[in-house]
Write a protein that binds this ligand. Structure first.
Ligand code: SAH
Ligand code: SF4
Ligand code: F3S
Length: 442
C-alpha cells in the first residue's frame, strides 16, 4: 500500500486553519506531500466546525462526497478532526462508516500515531481528549515562506456564552507559556514572516492561568521582535479588554490599528440572556476609550440575529446601536440552535422567516455604513502590506492596511509580497478599496 499525498479541507475559524497547518507538518514528517484536490489524495482530513448548523450540514455533504471517492479507491485513509469530531465522536461512524478515524480538538498532535495504527489494522479509531484537559504539544506549521502566520496563544474557552458550543468542544481555557510564543515568533521572523495573528477565543484573558503575565505583557514583548511588521490578534472579548492592553497597543510600533470587538447584540436584555458579561453602556464607553487612544483605528464586530426571546424592540435597539457606533464591518449571523447549550432550550425561539428578515435588514443598514466609511477614503493615501496578485487578475495586486481593509491596485512597479506600499484610494466599495500605487512614495 503506497500512500504519499494528503489533502486537508478546513472549515470554521482561524484556530482550525492553524490546527490544519500543524497537522500538515506532521503528515510531512511521515513523508506525505500536500496535493491540491481530494481526488488525488491518499489521506483526506476534514477539519470541522460546529458553531452553526449550516457549517455542520456543509460538512456532512462533503463526507458524502468522500464516500464515492472511497468506493473507487478503498485504500484512501479518511479522518474527521476538529470541533464536530469532538462533538459527535463515535456517532460519526454510524452515520458514515467510510470514516477511518475521528480525532478531537486537543489531540491533533496524535495524528501520526493514529495514521500509523490505521495503516496497520483498518478499524475505526477514535481519539477524544477529555474536554477539560489535554495540552496540544508544540507542533509548528510547515515553513512555506509565508508572509503571515497564525499563532495560538490560548486554547479553549471559559466564557460559556449561552448560544455557543465552542467551550464544549474546545475545552477549558489554557494559555501557552509566554516564552514559547516569543520563541516561535522569533523563529518565524528569521524565516521571513512579517505578520502574525495571535489566536484565542478570548485573547484578553491570556495569562490568567500563568504566573505574572497578561495579554498586554505578551503584546509588549512581541512588539520588540525585529522583522515582525504587523501584529494582529483575535478574538478580543469586550468585557476583558482593559486599559493596560489599550495603552500597550497605543504605544506599540507594530500592533495593528484594528479592533474586532464582537458585541453580539444591541439590547441589554439579550446581552444578559447571552451571558456576555457587559452592558451596552459599558461597550459604548469602551469604544470611546479605544477611539480616543487610537484615533484612526477601524472597528469591526460580530452580531447574532434571532437569539431566543429577541423582540422587534430588541432588534430595533440593535439597529440604532450599530447606526451610532458605525462599525467598519460587521459579521452577522442567524442564531443557530446548538443542542447542549443553554439557549437551545430557552422559550420563545424566533421563527426562521423572522430571523431572516431581520438579518437582511441588519445587513443592508451595515453595508450602507461600511460603504459610507470607505467613501471617506477617496483621495487619501493608505499604507498597505503587499500580499500578491489578486485571485482574478495577475496584474491586480492586493494588500491590507493596518486597519485590515483590503486594497486592490494595478501593479506597475516592482512591489513584491511583504513590501509596504502607499496606495491612493480612488474607488471605494463596501468590502474593498481600489486605488493607485504611489511608487514615488515607496
Ligand atoms: N470566541 C470568539 C469567536 C466565537 S465563534 C468570540 O467570542 O467572539 C464566532 C462567532 O460566531 C461569534 O462571535 C458569534 O457571533 C457566532 N456564533 C457563535 N455561536 C453561534 C450560534 N449558536 N448561532 C449563531 N452564531 C453563533
Ligand atoms: Fe463562544 Fe463566547 Fe467563548 Fe466566544 S467567548 S467562543 S462566543 S463562549
Ligand atoms: Fe467552529 Fe470550532 Fe472555530 S466550532 S468557529 S472551528 S472553534
Amino acid at each position: 500500500m503506497k500512500h504519499n499525498k494528503y489533502k486537508i479541507l478546513t472549515y470554521g475559524c482561524q484556530m482550525n486553519e492553524s490546527d490544519s497547518m500543524r497537522m500538515g507538518t506532521q503528515l510531512e514528517q511521515l513523508g506525505f506531500k500536500e496535493c491540491s484536490s481530494m481526488e488525488q489524495a491518499d489521506i483526506i482530513l476534514l477539519n470541522t466546525c460546529c458553531v452553526r448548523e449550516s457549517a455542520e450540514n456543509k460538512i456532512y455533504g462533503k463526507i458524502g462526497e468522500i464516500k464515492h471517492l472511497k468506493q473507487d479507491n478503498p485504500e484512501i485513509i479518511f479522518g474527521v478532526v476538529g470541533c464536530m469530531a469532538q462533538k459527535e465522536g463515535e456517532k460519526l461512524f454510524k452515520r458514515a462508516p467510510h470514516i477511518d478515524f475521528v480525532l478531537g480538538t486537543n489531540k491533533i498532535h496524535e495524528l501520526n500515531n493514529v495514521i500509523n495504527e490505521i495503516k496497520m489494522s483498518r478499524h475505526h479509531l477514535t481519539e477524544l481528549a477529555p474536554s477539560d484537559g489535554g495540552t496540544p504539544e508544540e507542533v509548528l506549521p510547515p515553513d512555506r515562506g509565508d508572509l503571515s502566520v497564525w499563532v495560538p496563544i490560548t486554547y479553549g474557552c471559559n466564557n460559556f456564552c449561552t448560544y455557543c458550543i465552542v467551550p464544549y468542544v474546545r475545552g477549558r481555557e489554557h494559555s501557552r507559556p509566554m516564552q514559547a510564543v516569543i520563541d516561535e515568533v522569533k523563529n518565524y521572523s528569521k524565516n521571513g514572516v512579517k505578520e502574525i495573528t495571535l489566536l484565542g477565543q478570548n485573547v484578553n484573558s491570556y495569562g490568567k492561568d500563568l504566573v505574572n503575565v497578561d495579554f498586554a505583557d505578551l503584546l509588549y514583548n512581541l512588539d520588540k521582535i525585529d522583522g515582525i511588521e504587523r501584529i494582529r490578534y483575535m478574538t478580543s472579548h469586550p468585557r476583558d479588554l482593559n486599559d493596560k492592553v489599550i495603552d500597550t497597543i497605543k504605544n506599540s510600533r507594530h500592533v495593528c490599528t484594528h479592533f474586532h470587538l464582537p458585541v453580539q447584540h444591541g439590547s441589554d436584555r439579550i446581552l444578559k440572556a447571552m451571558n456576555r458579561g457587559y452592558t451596552i453602556e459599558y461597550y459604548r464607553e469602551l469604544v470611546e476609550k479605544v477611539r480616543t487612544a487610537v484615533p484612526d483605528c477601524s472597528l469591526t464586530t460580530d452580531i447574532i440575529v434571532g437569539f431566543p426571546g429577541e423582540t422587534e424592540e430588541d432588534f430595533s435597539q440593535m439597529l440604532n446601536f450599530i447606526k451610532d457606533i458605525r462599525y467598519d464591518a460587521a459579521y452577522t449571523f442567524l442564531y443557530s440552535k446548538r443542542s447542549g447549550t443553554p439557549a437551545a432550550t430557552m422559550d420563545n425561539q424566533v421563527a426562521e422567516d423572522v430571523k431572516k428578515q431581520r438579518l437582511n435588514k441588519l445587513m443592508s443598514v451595515q453595508n450602507n455604513i461600511s460603504l459610507s466609511i470607505n467613501e471617506t477614503f477617496v483621495g487619501k493615501c493608505v499604507e498597505v502590506m503587499v500580499e500578491g496578485p489578486s485571485r482574478t487578475d495577475a496584474n491586480v495586486y492586493t494588500g491590507r492596511t493596518s486597519t485590515n481593509k483590503i486594497v486592490l491596485w494595478q501593479k506597475e512597479g516592482q512591489e513584491k509580497q511583504g513590501d509596504l506600499l502607499t496606495v491612493k484610494i480612488t474607488h471605494p466599495q463596501t468590502w474593498i478599496l481600489k486605488g493607485e500605487a504611489q511608487y514615488d512614495k515607496q
